[in-house]
Design a protein around this ligand. Structure first.
Ligand code: DHB
Ligand code: FE
Length: 284
């Protein structure tokens, strides 16, 4: 049976791609951010995942505002990266795992989620930057991926409660997969940030800290807020924290299982964003 070995949740700020390309990891501006990934990579070397289920939001690359599913899951043999407009370098293609993808799709559709299935899919910085932080320079990628995409860019958005339920269903699907695979769940986006409009630059440290703490002991805490309330509290892009929530729900398949924090960091700001990082593993 497949095993969910842990969850990594991280911000996915576009400028990370450029910083990696230019080798700025040890510059004073970037160091506090990049340094957080050292313990994650040490853990990965021991935990040896075979596949990463990446829960993220597309930013206008694979989907645009004219046709925008609420939930989409990749079922492609291969995912190429492309730049949706930030002028960041592309990365080597990711191998897919179509068999696991279809297992997850069948399972979550069987639980009454309406999913868009993507047998071709391009992935943007929300997949590529976190993957490059976990496996820097070490391409070709040592893992395959299954992308799970959630609309956080154009209202109406799915509620935090619905994102939690989706993550839980994805977790149950992984746990019921008959092949012997070690699965890492990743959630990318957030934490608080707003890129444009009157509140551009908005960050809410207090809320971010409360949210991160809730993921350990009280993971449904944030589901009491509506999407409009979450935009008020975290910024119009801060709502990407729902991808962290979905990954956390997947980790214990929506059940009451305990988790422990392996490492976490929180650094403000990277570009316009409160950059958070958290690695959780299930307690047997
Ligand atoms: C930034 C934040 C994001 O969530 C993103 O997708 C791209 C850029 C930023 O802070 O610059
Ligand atoms: Fe984003």
């Amino acid at each position: 049976m497949a095993t969910i070995i842990g969850s990594v949740t991280t911000s996915h700020v576009a400028a990370i791609g450029r910083a990696i390309e230019k080798g700025l990891q040890d510059e004073p501006y970037w160091k506090p951010f990049f340094a957080g990934f050292g313990p994650v990579r040490e853990w990965l070397a021991r935990a040896r995942p075979d596949v990463v289920v990446v829960i993220y939001n597309d930013h206008g690359l694979n989907f645009f505002l004219d046709k925008l599913p609420t939930f989409a899951i990749g079922a492609a043999p291969r995912y190429t990266s492309a730049d949706e407009g930030w002028n960041i370098p592309t990365v080597l293609p990711f191998a897919g795992d179509p068999d696991l993808s279809w297992h997850i799709i069948n399972s979550v559709v069987g639980e009454d989620f309406d999913i868009t299935t993507c047998q071709e899919m391009v992935v943007d910085h929300a997949v590529c930057n976190p993957m490059a932080l976990l496996w820097p320079g070490g391409q070709p990628w040592p893992v395959s991926i299954v992308p799970v995409e959630v609309n956080t860019v154009q209202f109406p958005l799915p509620s935090a409660a619905r994102c939690y339920q989706l993550g839980a269903a994805v977790g149950r699907a992984i746990a019921s997969y008959p092949a012997d695979k070690r699965v890492l769940v990743m959630g990318t986006g957030g934490l608080s940030h707003q890129l444009d409009g009157e509140r551009a630059g908005f960050i809410n440290k207090e809320f971010d800290h409360e949210f991160m703490a809730s993921l350990i002991a009280d993971p449904t805490w944030v589901t009491k807020y509506s999407t409009v309330e979450l935009v008020e509290k975290t910024g119009s892009q801060g709502i990407e924290l729902m991808l962290w929530l979905a990954a956390r729900a997947a980790l214990t398949a929506g059940g009451p299982g305990a988790v422990r924090e392996v490492t976490s960091t929180y650094h403000v700001p990277i570009s316009n964003t409160a950059a958070g990082l958290m690695l959780l593993e299930p307690v047997p």
